[in-house]
Design a protein around this ligand. Structure first.
Ligand code: ADP
Ligand code: MG
Length: 728
C-alpha cells in the first residue's frame, strides 16, 4: 500500500468524535452574533433605528449623518461581542463569498490609538477588485468596482470580524456580483405581485419572495480526502472503482446518523444559531456519507446570504472535526450526487402565502392566480431556468437517473391537475351566475387548504409544487441560489405584469367583472402552458421523446444550455424589467462559459497526472511481480510452466492492454486540449472541451478502474471508495 494511502487510513482509526457542548436552548443563542432588531434597539438612537428599519423594509436611502450613528452603534455592539475587524462581505461572480478585513483600530498620534468605524466605511468601500471575474465589464469601461451596504441583510459577526453584507458594483453602475441582480429582481417582483394581490385584498402593499434551500453534502474524513489529488483539486473523484456495497440497500437514507457526523452537525448548528441561520432539519441522504441540512425559509435575499455563509461555516467546522465536506454535485461515481432544492413562494405584508390554497373561494382564486401564473412563466422561460442551473458539475447529475432530467417540466399532483382541467372548460367571455357559483364552490372552493400531505411526491420532477410552494429541484449543491432565484423572480414578475394588463383590459374594454376577467385569462394560460406540465416519470426515455414532441428544450451539456442566458428573449426580459443590462448579461455568460472550460481543463490535467504517475507505474509494478512469478515457475517446472502460469500470463497481457489504452487515451486527450486551447472564442473552446476532451474521461477511467480490480490491493496508491465512504 502506498505510504499516503496507508497513513491516511491509519489516521482515521484514532479518530474520536469531538463532542461539543450544545447550549441548552437554541432559542437563547439564536441571532446573538447578528446586528438584528434587538441589537439595534440597544445600540442605535431612535432616529437611526427607524432609518435602518425603513431601509430594510422599504428600501429607503440612509443619509450620511445617520450612517455615522449606525456605524458607531454597530461597532460598539461588535466590540462587546469580541470583534476586532470589519469587512464588506459580498458574493463575486465566482459564486463563493469574498471579504477583506480591516481593523477598527486607528492611531491618533502620541502613541495613542482608538477604535473607529465611520459611516463612510459602513456604506461604501473599494476593494481591490481586479482579481474578481468581471466578464470584461471593467475592461470595457475601465471602471473600478465598489461595495455598498445592503441594509436588507443584517450585519453579523463571523469569528472576530464584523461582516457587512454588500453589493459589488462597477463605478459605471454594472453589477459585478450575484446579489445586485437578485435584489433588483425582488424589487420588480414585489411591485408586480403586489399589484395582482390587490385584486384580492386592497391591504396588500408589499410582497416578498421566500426561499428555503435544502443543502446536500458529503462528509469524508479529512486524511482520506487529502490523500486523493482528484478530491483536493477538483472536489470529486475522477477515478475509483465502485465499492462492492454501494447504496443499493438504501440503508443510509433517513437512517441513524453516524456519531462522528452527528457531532459535526451539532457543532455546525450551534454556529448557525449564533449567526441567525435558522437551520432546522438534518438527516442522512441516499448515498453513504451523504447528508442534508435545511433551514426554516426566509426572505429570499437573506436566505441566499445565509446559504452562502452556511457553506463557508460548514467547511470551517468540518476542519475541526477532521472532515472534508464535499459540496460537489457528483463526488463519487455510482452513488447519488448532491443537489440544493430551492423551495420558493411569495408572501404578502398581510401574512398570506400566495401559493397556499386558502379557506375561502376568494383566497383559492388568489392562490390559483399565482399558481397558474408561475406555471405559465416556467413554460415561457423553461430554457432560461435550465441555463440557470447549468454547470460542469451539475451535468453529471441532471438526467443521470438520480436527479431531475435536463428537461424542465412542472409537477403539480393529481388533485390540482383536476382543478386546472375543470378551469380549462370555463366559458369564453362573461360567466353565467350558475357557472360562477359552480366554479367558486365546486372547483376553486374544493381545493383543500392543506394540500401539503396530498401532493403526491414525484422526485423525478425538476420543478414541483409541494403544497404551498414550488420546489426547484434541479439546482446543484455548489450553486449560489442567487442565480436560479433571480431567474424565477424575473420570469414570474414579467408574467404577473402581463396578467394584470390582460385582466385590466377585459375589465375596461369588455366591461367584465373582475372575477370573470381573471377566470378568462387563467383559462387561456392553462391552455397555453399545458406542455410544461408533466406528472410521469422524468427519468424515463419515453419522457425525452414526449418532451421533444412538446417542443421543450433538452440541453444536456452546459455549453449548450448556457446559450439561453444570452438569447434575445432573455436580454429583452432582463432589460424590460431593469434587472440587468445587455453588458451585465453577457458578462455573466462569458464568466460561466470560461468557468466551464477551466473546470474541464483542470479535471483533464488531474486525471492525466493520476493515471500516468500513479496508476500506470503501479500496474507495471504488479505486472513485474507476475512476470517474476512466471519466470520462477519456468525455472522450477521447465516447459511445463505454460500450464501452471496460464492465468498469470493472461493477467500480464490484460494489464498491458489497459496500460496501452490509458496511455493512448491520455495522449489523445492532451492533443484535443491543445486544439481546444488555441480556439479564439470562449464559446468554441467550451464546446471543444465538452465534445472532444471530456469523452476521454470515461474511457481513461474505465481502464484505470479495471486495473484497480486487478492489481494487488497492497500496491494500489489511491484511497479506495470503500475506504472513504461508510462512516461509522
Ligand atoms: P422535503 O425534503 O420533503 O422537500 P424539507 O422539509 O426538507 O422538505 O424542506 C422543505 C423546505 O421548504 C424547508 O427549507 C422549508 O423551510 C421550506 N419552505 C416551507 N414553506 C416555504 C415557503 N412558503 N416558502 C419557501 N420555502 C418554504
Ligand atoms: Mg425537497
Amino acid at each position: 500500500m502506498s505510504t499516503l494511502r496507508f497513513q491516511a487510513i491509519k489516521e482515521t482509526f484514532g479518530r474520536k468524535p469531538i463532542i461539543v457542548n450544545e447550549p441548552e436552548r437554541r432559542s437563547e443563542i439564536f441571532g446573538k452574533n447578528v446586528f438584528n432588531e434587538t441589537a439595534m434597539r440597544q445600540y442605535l438612537t431612535k432616529d437611526s433605528f427607524k432609518s435602518v428599519m425603513d431601509a430594510t423594509v422599504n428600501g429607503s436611502k440612509i443619509d450620511r449623518n445617520i450612517a455615522d450613528h449606525v456605524s458607531t452603534g454597530m461597532k460598539d455592539w461588535a466590540i462587546t461581542r469580541g470583534a476586532t475587524h470589519y469587512t464588506h462581505w459580498f458574493q463575486p461572480l465566482t459564486g463563493s463569498t469574498a471579504e477583506k478585513h480591516d481593523a477598527f483600530f486607528e492611531t491618533v498620534g502620541d502613541g495613542l490609538a482608538i477604535e473607529k468605524f465611520e459611516g463612510g466605511q459602513l456604506v461604501q468601500q473599494e476593494p481591490d477588485a481586479s482579481s474578481f471575474p468581471n466578464g470584461g465589464i471593467r475592461n470595457t469601461f475601465e471602471a473600478r468596482g465598489y461595495t455598498a451596504w445592503d441594509p436588507t441583510s443584517p450585519a453579523f459577526i463571523y469569528g472576530t470580524t464584523l461582516c457587512i453584507p454588500t453589493v459589488f458594483v462597477a463605478y459605471t453602475g454594472e453589477a459585478l456580483d450575484n446579489k445586485t441582480p437578485l435584489l433588483r429582481s425582488l424589487q420588480v417582483l414585489d411591485t408586480a405581485a403586489t399589484a395582482v394581490a390587490k385584486y384580492f385584498d386592497k391591504n396588500v402593499t408589499k410582497t416578498i419572495a421566500t426561499l428555503g434551500w435544502e443543502q446536500e453534502y458529503f462528509l469524508i474524513d479529512k486524511a482520506l480526502a487529502s490523500s486523493r489529488q482528484d478530491i483536493s483539486l477538483t472536489g470529486r473523484t475522477l477515478l475509483g472503482h465502485s465499492s462492492a456495497k454501494g447504496q443499493q440497500l438504501d440503508d443510509h437514507y433517513f437512517g441513524s446518523i453516524p456519531s462522528r457526523a452527528l457531532d459535526y452537525m451539532r457543532d455546525l448548528e450551534t454556529e448557525c444559531m449564533y449567526l441567525g441561520i435558522p437551520v432546522k432539519t438534518r438527516h442522512n441522504e441516499v448515498a453513504p456519507n451523504q447528508f442534508e441540512l435545511a433551514p426554516i425559509f426566509e426572505e429570499a435575499n437573506l436566505a441566499v446570504d445565509h446559504n452562502s455563509l452556511l457553506m463557508d461555516v460548514m467547511e470551517k467546522v468540518a476542519d475541526r472535526h477532521h472532515f472534508k465536506v464535499l459540496f460537489h454535485e457528483k463526488p463519487f461515481a455510482g452513488v447519488n450526487g448532491s443537489g440544493k432544492h430551492n423551495n420558493w413562494s411569495l408572501s404578502t405584508n398581510t401574512g398570506i402565502n400566495l401559493l397556499s390554497p386558502g379557506k375561502t373561494p376568494k383566497r383559492s382564486l388568489q392562490f390559483l392566480t399565482f399558481f397558474v401564473n408561475t406555471i405559465k412563466a416556467v413554460n415561457e422561460h423553461e430554457e432560461l431556468l435550465r441555463a440557470a442551473i447549468a454547470s460542469a458539475n451539475n451535468d453529471h447529475r441532471l438526467g443521470a437517473n438520480e436527479a431531475p432530467p435536463a428537461i424542465i417540466s412542472v409537477f403539480i399532483g393529481s388533485q390540482l391537475t383536476k382543478t386546472l382541467d375543470e378551469l380549462e372548460k370555463v366559458t369564453n367571455g362573461k360567466l353565467s351566475p350558475e357557472e360562477k357559483t359552480e366554479l367558486k364552490l365546486n372547483v376553486v372552493g374544493k381545493i383543500p387548504e392543506i394540500l401539503l400531505d396530498n401532493t403526491d411526491r414525484n422526485r423525478t420532477s425538476p420543478f414541483a409544487f409541494t403544497g404551498n410552494k414550488f420546489e426547484f429541484r434541479a439546482v446543484g449543491s455548489t450553486a449560489n441560489c442567487a442565480n436560479p432565484m433571480t431567474v424565477l423572480n424575473a420570469i414570474v414578475a414579467k408574467q404577473l405584469i402581463e396578467f394584470k394588463k390582460s385582466v385590466d383590459a377585459l375589465i375596461v374594454d369588455k366591461k367584465m367583472k373582475k372575477d370573470d376577467a381573471i377566470f378568462n385569462i387563467l383559462r387561456e394560460y392553462i391552455k397555453d402552458s399545458k406542455r410544461i406540465r408533466f406528472e410521469g416519470d422524468g427519468y424515463g426515455e419515453a419522457w425525452e421523446k414526449e418532451a421533444k414532441k412538446r417542443g421543450l428544450s433538452n440541453n444536456k451539456s452546459t455549453p449548450e444550455a448556457l446559450k439561453a442566458k444570452v438569447s434575445k428573449k432573455t436580454i429583452a426580459l432582463y432589460e424590460d424589467l431593469n434587472i440587468m443590462s445587455k453588458v451585465e448579461i453577457e458578462a455573466r455568460y462569458e464568466i460561466k462559459v470560461e468557468e466551464y472550460v477551466m473546470r474541464i481543463q483542470i479535471e483533464s490535467r488531474v486525471l492525466g497526472d493520476i493515471a500516468r504517475n500513479h496508476v500506470i507505474p503501479t500496474a507495471i509494478k504488479y505486472q513485474n511481480i507476475l512476470i517474476e512469478n512466471v519466470q520462477g515457475l519456468k525455472v522450477i517446472y521447465g516447459e511445463d510452466f505454460r500450464k501452471l502460469a496460464k492465468e498469470q500470463m493472461e493477467l500480464i497481457e490484460q494489464i498491458s492492454e489497459h496500460i496501452a489504452k490509458i496511455n493512448r487515451g491520455i495522449t489523445n486527450m492532451i492533443n484535443e486540449r491543445k486544439k481546444a486551447n488555441v480556439l479564439e472564442s470562449t464559446e468554441k473552446r467550451a464546446a471543444a472541451y465538452c465534445d472532444k476532451v471530456k469523452p476521454y474521461f470515461e474511457e481513461i477511467r474505465y481502464h484505470c478502474d479495471k486495473l484497480e480490480l486487478l492489481v494487488d490491493d497492497e500496491l494500489w496508491p489511491l484511497t479506495k471508495y470503500r475506504e472513504m465512504l461508510f462512516l461509522k
